[in-house]
Write a protein of this length. Sequence first.
Length: 381
Amino acid sequence: MGKGKRGSDKKKIRTSFRKNRTVRTRQSDLTASFDPERADQLDVCQGERISGKGELTRKRTVVAAETVEDDGGVRILPEIDRSVCRLGRVLSAGGLQSEVADDAGKVFRCATRRLLKTLSTDERHVVATGDRVWFRPDGEQEGIIERVEPRHGVLDRMSRGRRQLIVTNVDQLLVVASAAQPYLKPNLIDRYLVTAEKARIRPILCINKIDLVEPSDLQPLIGAYCQMGYAVVCTSAVTGQGIERLKRWLTGCETVVSGQSGVGKSSLLNQIDDSLGLRVASISAETQKGRHTTTAARLIPLGNDGYVVDTPGIRQFQLWDVIAEEVDSYFRDLRPFVSGCKFPDCTHTHEIECAVKDAVIEGYIDQRRYESYLHLIQTDD
Ligand SMILES: Nc1nc2c(ncn2[C@@H]2O[C@H](COP(=O)(O)OP(=O)(O)O)[C@@H](O)[C@H]2O)c(=O)[nH]1
Ligand SMILES: [Mg+2]
Ligand SMILES: [Zn+2]
């Protein structure tokens, strides 16, 4: 599934050892409890040579391939020994260890081979939730991640000035909104849709708690999204309406479930797969400000066909690097008109001869969507 382009040539990459690599744990400690530094001891693998003498100047040559990912990042793929390493999926990534499931669903607690950290070419996490990795099993429950395959479908966020990966290799983003309680917030839906468009992840819009309103009242809104080509489903976790359709859309795919707290995400997932047993929050608990039950993204197997990803709350999920000038390209309904504007850098606000504003006046663009666009560029520049 990885769409990253394979680098054609293997190359030799010179890398310095980290200082702490010279501090070795005694061999007898190997049988002791899990030690993240063990990645170092198991580091000697095919294709690596150690040269140089002084501890701090030691270099080694690694045989590896390079690949360019969807977002332009360069990934280095060290050669791995396929007779011992296995392909797995990172269910949850941690600083020291990650949970990796093999093909059969068996879970291993894995450290990351230090070499991967050394080779990392940018500030992104070396291992992220959702990654497809090659790992070397060590016993029945542990292992070492030796290589991360090229990523696609990446969702990220900005945290303390750094780009953080939320989850990788996802197919679709399910935007869950509720028709009432909490009341419907179309601007918020648009924000999520922009996130999906930017990440080039297929969005699905789900309007839940349809049992609480007169469905026909939502027709204009739903019609507008359908016209833009979005898949929309109205659901109720109470009456079961729309659940079968939603289930069909999620089966066999890897879906990130997003949406404000209290809209019914957990309730819907429990309806789709009753073995999930996700905690459904009481209304009173949800009204407590700043409450977040989920802190890090996690892949949750859906039946035995597909995964869903429970994401942290809305406030941590921001359009951190969407610049105002490109927001129009993430609005499917505005996009076709942009090239008709007099100025190539038109923001469709104060400019003259703006094809987007004309389209709003002529009714080709929904007034509400245009206002939502204005709102977004004014709060996210
Ligand atoms: N009336 C109605 N209530 C719902 C529906 N789905 C969820 N709820 C209620 O909304 C509250 C929040 O649900 P929850 O699944 O925890 O939302 P989450 O925070 O998005 O995961 C709970 O009290 C649910 O019982 C629905 O379709 N209709
Ligand atoms: Mg929930
Ligand atoms: Zn314009």
